[in-house]
Structures are given as structure tokens and as C-alpha cells.
Design a protein around this ligand. Structure first.
Ligand code: NAD
Length: 469
């Protein structure tokens, strides 16, 4: 007879993590569901690997270039797997693989500047840069590979070892990427761990981790910062966004409609810096709604493996429920769906691309991050009103201004409280630029040389000038 304690004890953790194909709603594969305690040994191996990796910058450059080549060579394996677990159209998966390789190649060529500071005193100081140690990269499910590379490429280039944790919804392509890179990188320099929480929490609070670089939602970002504080570990947080697109009264609606639509609906709207709210002058509002609704009604939605699909499913069931809920709440509060507004019949996590009009400005679809294929279009009377509304949420990731006079649009963009502002387009990034949200959208800087220095610490040597030769 089992004792009452044994009967009431929690069931043992499943050793495998089930992965669902969002286009069918059915499990199709699994990955290890690693226990949080396993992190201890992984971090210790990463620490040992770091000692060799940090010592030889030239070998790092060579290895990271080889890594970029290896990712490209593996594209035909990585891209379909990414589509299968994430849902995005295959062409977008190939583009994500290409961006992953490009990021590796870019950071392979970056090195910090050692610099001498001479301020007229009889000493001068030389600023050198040191790596940190094991870095934890924690990433979400919307761009599993390219966001992983956004973590590990600068961290590895700086001389650190990396422990990478993908989302439990999308572990497979990242695991494959890890094994592709293991062929060209020294052992344990990059380790992929997969599993459910509290695996990420354990990593974030681990005293052997010297930098947690995290991309995900605002609440989880706060939890990560709190966990890392216990060991005073550096954190870089790239969090959610609620980017506004402000159309000016000279905007040529038909000319910009395609770009605006895809800025909102690429990757099924699951992009941190997607357009998540449109503000149109009252005079153009109906025309903007019509142009976007036409595209939402006619775009091909379907499995990402179908070459005809332009928009795939929402990635997971809880996110689908969230998208449905924000759309329903808006409609219950008086909004009208000019397109979509409902799930699609049949299997899989499909939601019809949705354009909402007559949306109350305090509706969650406006004030929160919907992160799915639902876009509110709001009218404004004065430009000040539009700028105030654009800046009026807790987020500050990106924003854009659209009009035929680019200088006027740039002057309005200058008033947006965000990390990146675009003129007549949205969400394009250069590998060489800094990427940093303000307000609740993030902490620290990623991208370009700033991303490299985010993984380094300054080390200063003072010398007496009279002893210089
Ligand atoms: P999420 O915050 O739920 O999860 C992100 C990652 O954190 C996952 O790997 C998850 O398993 C892990 N995690 C969960 N709880 C944790 C904890 N307590 N400690 C440590 N790790 C934990 O986010 P999501 O739903 O996977 O992704 C969507 C969010 O990501 C959106 O808010 C989106 O805007 C944001 N995002 C931001 C950027 C950016 O660069 N700013 C880019 C892409 C996505």
C-alpha cells in the first residue's frame, strides 16, 4: 500500500518536453525537459570552456566565421524545423536562418578598442576590455534562432561562454542549431538547455552566470532582473513593445498600405517591434481602415509549409486565447472588426488577420501588447494628440511616422519616446546599430559595438608617464 504522502506527492517531471505544430495543434516531436539542478554542471563546464575561449581572439574570429558558414550550410534542415514548431512561412524561416548567420559573421569581425587616456597628469591610464564569464541567453518563441544569435554572437565574440535557453514552445530548431555549432566551436563554449520553468529562473539566479541577456515579456523581464539581483549579475533586457505608427495628413495611403500592413502582420503579428497601433488623421481614417482591411481579407493564411501562405498560425494555444480575448474585449466595448475578429475554422491555432476600428482608446488592444494578428486603427484630430497617444503607454520600443514630406515626418519622429523611430517604414534594423528600448521595453543596449561592450567589462591599467618608452 502506498503511504498517504506518496499518493499526494507531485507526479515526477516528465523527462521530455512535447512540441506542438501550431498549424495542426498536434504534438509532433519532443525535447529534453531538463531539471533546474542540471544547470549547475552546465554552468561549471561553461566556466571551464570560457578560460580557453577568452584567451585567443584570433581563434574566436576564425571559429565564429566557420559558425556562420555552418549555419548557412544547415539551412535546409533548420528552416523547415523552425516553421514546423514556430508556424512562420518557410520563406521567413530561411530569412531567419540567414540573419542568424549574418549576425555571427558581423560579430566575428568586431573587437573592442583598447584606449589610452591622457589627462595631463604624470600618469596615464590604459583601458582594456575583459570578458565576463558564462553568459545566460534566454529567448522567446517568436524568432527562436535570430534572437538566440542576438545573444550568443556578441557574447561569444567578446570571449564569454554561453548557456542558451530557448522557449519550451520552440526548443527544436535551437537544439539543432546548437549541434551544428558544436561541430565548429570548442566544447562547452555554447550549450543549449531546454525545459520548462523554473529552468530559466534557475539560470537567471545562478551565481556562476555573469550576465543574463534576456528577450521576452515585461513581467518575465522583471522576474529575471529580480533573480539576477541576488548575485548582482548584469542584465540586458529586450522586452515587449506597443509600437505606434503615426500617419501624417500628407500620407499617400495606397502607396504605404502594403508596407504598413506587413509592419503589423509579419510573423503573424508576433514581433516585438511590430506596428501594434495605427493613428490616422480623421480625414484619412476611413481610407486607411479600408486599405488595411482589404489586405487582411485577401492575404493567404495557412500552414507555413504551404508555399502559398503569407501568414501562419499563432505560435501556441495560450497566445491564441490571448489574441482572441483582446479582440473580443475591444468589440464588446464598441469596436468594429473591419476584417477578421475570429479564429479560423479547422485545426491549428489560426486567427483571421483583424483590423479594428471605433476602438475605445483605453481598450487593452491599444494599451497592452496584443502580440498577434490584430491591429487597431485610431483617428486623431491634432498632431499633438497623436504624439501624446503614441507616447501614452508604458512601452518604449519603437515607433514610426508616415508622410510624403520626410523632413516633416522626421521632426515628428523626434518626439517619439522610444529606442528606434522609423520614417515611412518600420522594424528594419541594421546589425551595426544600437538596439535599446526605453521605459518598460528594456534595459541595456544590444546590437552593433554596443552589444559587444554589453558583454565586456573595462579593465584599467595606470602607468607613470615618465616610465614610458
Ligand atoms: P516570456 O517572457 O514568456 O518568455 C521568454 C523566455 O523566458 C522563455 O524562454 C521562457 O521560457 C523564459 N522564462 C519564463 N519565465 C521565466 C523566469 N521566471 N525566469 C527566467 N526565464 C523565464 O515571453 P514569450 O511569450 O516567450 O515571448 C513574447 C514576448 O517577447 C513579447 O512580449 C515580445 O514583445 C517579447 N519580445 C521582445 C523582443 C525585443 O527585442 N524587445 C523581441 C522578441 C520578443
Amino acid at each position: 500500500m502506498p503511504t498517504p504522502e506518496a499518493v499526494n506527492a507531485p507526479a515526477p517531471r516528465a523527462a521530455r518536453l512535447t512540441v506542438v505544430d501550431p498549424a495542426t495543434g498536434h504534438p509532433f516531436d519532443d525535447a529534453p525537459d531538463q531539471r533546474p539542478e542540471e544547470v549547475d554542471a552546465v554552468v561549471e563546464r561553461a566556466r571551464r570552456a570560457w578560460i580557453g575561449w577568452r584567451a585567443d581572439p584570433a581563434a574566436r574570429t576564425t571559429a565564429l566565421r566557420a559558425a556562420a558558414d555552418a549555419v548557412e550550410t544547415a539551412g535546409d534542415d533548420l528552416a523547415p524545423l523552425l516553421t514546423r514548431e514556430q508556424g512562420k512561412p518557410l520563406a521567413e524561416s530561411y530569412a531567419e536562418v540567414a540573419r542568424t548567420a549574418a549576425r555571427l559573421r558581423y560579430f566575428a569581425g568586431l573587437a573592442p578598442d583598447a584606449r589610452r587616456i591622457d589627462d595631463g597628469r604624470p600618469v596615464h591610464s590604459e583601458v582594456r576590455w575583459r570578458s565576463l564569464g558564462p553568459v545566460a541567453g534566454i529567448v522567446p518563441w517568436n524568432f527562436p534562432l535570430q534572437l538566440a544569435a542576438a545573444k550568443f554572437a556578441p557574447a561569444l565574440a567578446a570571449g564569454n561562454a554561453v548557456v542558451l535557453k530557448p522557449s519550451p514552445y520552440t526548443p527544436l530548431a535551437t537544439r539543432l542549431l546548437g549541434s551544428v555549432l558544436a561541430e565548429v566551436l570548442p566544447e562547452d563554449v555554447l550549450t543549449v538547455v531546454t525545459g520548462r520553468e523554473p529552468l530559466g529562473a534557475r539560470l537567471a539566479s545562478h551565481p556562476g552566470i555573469r550576465h543574463v541577456t534576456f528577450t521576452g515579456s515585461v513581467p518575465t523581464g522583471r522576474a529575471v532582473a529580480t533573480a539576477a539581483a541576488a548575485s548582482l549579475t548584469r542584465v540586458t533586457l529586450e522586452l515587449g513593445g506597443n509600437d505606434a505608427a503615426v500617419l501624417l495628413d500628407d500620407a499617400d495611403v495606397e502607396r504605404i498600405a502594403d508596407r504598413l500592413f506587413w509592419a503589423a502582420f509579419r510573423n503573424c503579428g508576433q514581433v516585438c517591434m511590430a506596428v501594434k497601433r495605427v493613428y490616422a488623421p480623421a480625414r484619412l481614417h476611413a481610407e486607411v481602415v479600408e486599405a488595411l482591411a482589404h489586405r487582411a481579407k485577401t492575404v493567404a493564411v495557412g500552414s507555413g509549409l504551404d508555399p502559398g501562405s503569407r501568414i501562419g498560425p499563432v505560435n501556441n494555444a495560450p497566445q491564441l486565447a490571448r489574441v482572441e480575448q483582446v479582440a473580443r474585449r475591444a468589440v464588446a466595448a464598441g469596436a468594429r472588426a473591419a476584417a477578421g475578429g475570429h479564429r479560423l475554422d479547422g485545426p491549428g491555432y489560426f486567427f483571421a488577420p483583424t483590423i479594428l476600428t471605433d476602438v475605445p482608446p483605453d481598450s487593452p488592444v491599444v494599451t497592452e501588447e496584443q502580440f498577434g494578428p490584430v491591429l487597431p486603427v485610431l483617428p486623431y484630430r491634432t498632431l499633438d494628440e497623436a504624439v501624446d497617444a503614441a507616447n501614452g503607454t508604458g512601452f518604449g520600443l519603437g515607433g514610426s511616422v508616415w508622410g510624403t514630406d520626410p523632413d516633416r515626418a522626421a521632426a515628428v519622429a523626434d518626439r517619439l519616446e522610444c529606442g528606434t523611430a522609423w520614417i515611412n517604414h518600420h522594424a528594419e534594423l541594421s546589425l551595426a546599430q544600437p538596439f535599446a528600448g526605453t521605459k518598460d521595453s528594456g534595459l541595456g543596449v544590444a546590437g552593433g559595438p554596443w552589444g559587444l561592450y554589453g558583454n565586456l567589462r573595462p579593465f584599467v591599467v595606470h602607468r607613470l608617464r615618465e616610465e614610458d618608452r
